[in-house]
Design a protein around this ligand. Structure first.
Ligand code: GTP
Ligand code: SPV
Ligand code: MN
Length: 598
C-alpha cells in the first residue's frame, strides 16, 4: 500500500467523479489476476485458448470500431496552441477538462475502478518514470501487467512524496438504468478523447479500450508526455527499437531504429541473421529513452516490460523469436480462432479450412475476407523472448553506436545510406516518410505521409521545437561520441508491386555494413544524399537477389530526388516559422548536390 497523499487524494477525487461500484488497487498478484479472468469469463468477454498448447493465453475481440489508435481524437492540450504545433490536435486545457469531466461523471457506474501503479523502465533505473493508471477496463489491467512493471514495488519506489503521472482511463460505457454490459465496451468515435496535458503531466483517455489509446504507459506516457519531460530535462523519448549486434569476432554494437507503426521494429529487434556468426539480441521493440551517460555517449533504456506486437505477417519463417515468445502468458486481440482453440492470422501458415474470424463469425477460405484484423496484436512478456539480451534491464541502459530511420517507401529511398554528421542525420530523421498502415484508424491507408523520426503522432509539443531538441543534444556532449545516423528502406517495390528486398533475416546484411562503418572499415561512395554502399561493400554472398536489383536498391535517381526535395520543402514550410534554419540549409545543400549530379 501507499502513504503517498497526492496519490490517495487523486484516487479519491476520481472515484467521486467516476462513481464506480468498487475500487481495487492492483498489486500484480496472481489472485487478483485470476479474479479478473473469472469476472471476464462470467461476462463472456474473454476466450480461453487451448491451455495445453497455449498455457495462460487468452483471446479478446474488440468492438469493430475500436481496433487501433485514433489520431483524430488524440489531443495535446498545452496552455498555448502554439506549443502543440502544426502536427497535433490542440484543445484549450480548461475547456477540454470541462468537457471530459462531464463524460467521466458517473462513467464507471456498475463497474470496478482499478488503480494500477506502474513504472516505465526498470524499477531500479534512474531513467525510469512512474505513472498510475485508473481504469475501468479489466482488459487494460491484464495488458498493463505485461507491458509495464506494476504493483507494490512501484509504490515502494514512489514513496510518500514521489512524482507520478496521473493517467485516467474509462471505456465510456456506464452501466446505468439496467443497461447490459457488452464484451468490449467503448464509446462512439465522437466521444473518444485521448488527451494529454503536457504542463501538468496528466493523461486523460476516454472512450476506447484498444492499444495505445488505453494502455496509457505506452504512447501517451512513454512518448507524448515523456517527450516533453525529455525536452525540459535534456534527454530523448523516441519511437525506436533497441538491439544488440555481435559480429563473428565477438565485438558488440548497440543500434536503435525508428520506424513508424507497423513498419518493422519488432521484426528487426528479434532478427535471426541469415549470415552465420552474427547474433542479434533484443532490448526493446517499440520505445527507447536516451540519455547522455557519464562518458558522454548516448545510452538507451527500454521503458517497457512486454511487446504489443502486430500479429499478421508473424510466422516461424519471418520472426521465429516472436512465435516462441507468444507461446504462453500471452493476450491476443482480434486474431482468428481455430477449431482447436488456437490462434491464426494471415501470414502465420496456410489458412485452415475453418476459423472463427476476429468478429466472431464463421470463416472459410471462400469467405474472401481477412480472418484476423490487420492490426490484430499479441501482448507478451519481454522476458519470454529467446533473444532477450541478458542486460536488457540494465539500469544505466546500453551505449548506442548507430541510429536508423526507416519507413515504407515503394520508390526513391535506397536500401541504406549514411549521414555525413549529426546535423545531416537530424535532417534525415526530419524528412522521413512512410505509407500509412493499419495501426491507425485512417482513410489515408497506403498513402505516403511525412512522419519525422517516426514520431509524428507521438511528439507532445511543437514539431519544430522537437527537431531543435535533436540538434541541441549534440551540444550536451562531444559530437564524435554520438551515434552515427542511417536511413534504411526495406520496402522498395518493383513494377509489379512486389518487394525487391527480401527483408527480415536478410536485413543483417545492412546491419553488417553499418557495424563495419562504425568500426571505420566498410567502404561507401559519397553521393548527393549521403554515403551509400557500393555493391561490393555489401555482403551479398548467398543472397537471392540479382545484382541488377541490388543496383536498383542502391541507385540514386536524380529526378525523383529533386521531386522529393520539393515535397520536403513544402513539408518544412508547413511546420512554420519555428523550423530551424539549419534544416533549410541542409535541404539547400541536398538540392545543390543533386543539381551537380550528371
Ligand atoms: P508497431 O508495433 O505498430 O510499432 O509496429 P512495428 O514497427 O514493430 O512493426 P512490425 O515489426 O510488427 O512489422 C509490421 C509488419 O511489417 C508485419 O506484418 C511484418 O511482417 C512486416 N515486416 C517487418 N519487417 C519486414 C521486412 O523486413 N520486410 C517486409 N517486406 N516486411 C516486413
Ligand atoms: C503503434 O501504433 O506504434 C503501436 C501500437 O506500437 S499502439 O500501442 O496501439 O500504439
Ligand atoms: Mn509502435
Amino acid at each position: 500500500m501507499t502513504n503517498n497523499q497526492k496519490l490517495l487524494a487523486w484516487v479519491d477525487e476520481m472515484t467521486t467523479l467516476c462513481q464506480p461500484d468498487d475500487v481495487v488497487w492492483f498489486d500484480g498478484s496472481k489472485e487478483q489476476q485470476d479474479q479478473i479472468l473469472e469476472d471476464l469469463k462470467k461476462r463472456d468477454a474473454i476466450i480461453t485458448l487451448n491451455q495445453d498448447k497455449l498455457p495462460n493465453c487468452y483471446l479478446f475481440r474488440s468492438h469493430v470500431s475500436d481496433v487501433a489508435r485514433v489520431e483524430e481524437r488524440t489531443f495535446i492540450a498545452s496552455a498555448s496552441e502554439e506549443d502543440a504545433g502544426p502536427t497535433n490536435n490542440w484543445y484549450e486545457p480548461t475547456a477540454l477538462k470541462e468537457k471530459m469531466h462531464a463524460l467521466y461523471s458517473g462513467s464507471m457506474k456498475g463497474r470496478t475502478l482499478y488503480v494500477i501503479p506502474f513504472c516505465m523502465g526498470p524499477i531500479d533505473s534512474p531513467s525510469s518514470r512512474i505513472g498510475v493508471q485508473i481504469t475501468d477496463s479489466p482488459y487494460v489491467v491484464l495488458n498493463m501487467k505485461i507491458m509495464a512493471r506494476t504493483g507494490q514495488p512501484v509504490l515502494d519506489r514512489l514513496g510518500d512524496d514521489g512524482f507520478f503521472v496521473p493517467c485516467l482511463h474509462s471505456v465510456g460505457y456506464p452501466l446505468t438504468d439496467g443497461k447490459e454490459d457488452v464484451a468490449w465496451p467503448c464509446a462512439p468515435m465522437e466521444e473518444k478523447y485521448i488527451a494529454h496535458f503536457p504542463e501538468t503531466r496528466e493523461i486523460w483517455s476516454y472512450g476506447s479500450g484498444y492499444g495505445g489509446n488505453a494502455l496509457l504507459g505506452k504512447k501517451c506516457l512513454a512518448l507524448r508526455i515523456a517527450s516533453v519531460m525529455a525536452r525540459d530535462e535534456g534527454w530523448m523519448a523516441e519511437h525506436m527499437l533497441i538491439l544488440k549486434l555481435t559480429n563473428p569476432e565477438g565485438e558488440v554494437r548497440h543500434i536503435c531504429a525508428a520506424f513508424p507503426s507497423a513498419c518493422g521494429k519488432t521484426n528487426l529487434a528479434m532478427l535471426v541473421p541469415s549470415l552465420s556468426g552474427w547474433k542479434v539480441e533484443t532490448i526493446g521493440d517499440d520505445i527507447a529513452w536516451l540519455h547522455i551517460g557519464k562518458d558522454g555517449r548516448l545510452y538507451a533504456i527500454n521503458p517497457e516490460n512486454g511487446f504489443f506486437g502486430v500479429a499478421p505477417g508473424t510466422s516461424m519463417r519471418s520472426n521465429p523469436n516472436a512465435i516462441k515468445t507468444i507461446g504462453k502468458n500471452t493476450i491476443f486481440t482480434n486474431v482468428a480462432l481455430t477449431d482447436d482453440n488456437e490462434v491464426w492470422w494471415e501470414g502465420l501458415s496456410p489458412a485452415p479450412e475453418h476459423l472463427i474470424d476476429w468478429q466472431g463469425q464463421d470463416w472459410t477460405r471462400e469467405s474472401g475476407t481477412r480472418a484476423a484484423h490487420p492490426n490484430s496484436r499479441f501482448t507478451a512478456p519481454a522476458a519470454q523472448c529467446p533473444t532477450i539480451a541478458p542486460d536488457w534491464q540494465a539500469p544505466e541502459g546500453v551505449p548506442i553506436d548507430a541510429i536508423l530511420f526507416g519507413g515504407r517507401r515503394p520508390s526513391t529511398i535506397p536500401l541504406v545510406y549514411e549521414s555525413f554528421n549529426w546535423q545531416h542525420g537530424v535532417f534525415l530523421g526530419s524528412i522521413m516518410g512512410s505509407e500509412v498502415t493499419a495501426a491507425i484508424i485512417s482513410d489515408q491507408l497506403g498513402k505516403v505521409r511525412r512522419d519525422p523520426f517516426a514520431m509524428l503522432p507521438f511528439i507532445g509539443y511543437h514539431v519544430a521545437d522537437y527537431i531543435q531538441h535533436w540538434l541541441d543534444m549534440a551540444k550536451l556532449t562531444d559530437e564524435s561520441k554520438l551515434p552515427k545516423i542511417y536511413s534504411v528502406n526495406w520496402f522498395r517495390k518493383d513494377e509489379d508491386g512486389q518487394f525487391i528486398w527480401p527483408g527480415y533475416g536478410e536485413n543483417i546484411r545492412v546491419l553488417e555494413w553499418i557495424f563495419e562503418r562504425t568500426a571505420g572499415q566498410a567502404g561507401a561512395k559519397k553521393t548527393a544524399i549521403g554515403n551509400v554502399p557500393n555493391i561490393k561493400d555489401l555482403n551479398t554472398a548467398g543472397l537471392n537477389v540479382s545484382n541488377e536489383d541490388v543496383d536498383t536498391l542502391l541507385d540514386i535517381d536524380k529526378d525523383a530526388w529533386l521531386t522529393e526535395a520539393q515535397s520536403i520543402r513544402a513539408h518544412f514550410d508547413s511546420y512554420g516559422q519555428k523550423m530551424p534554419q539549419v534544416l533549410y540549409d541542409e535541404l539547400q545543400g541536398l538540392e545543390d548536390r543533386l543539381n551537380d549530379m550528371d
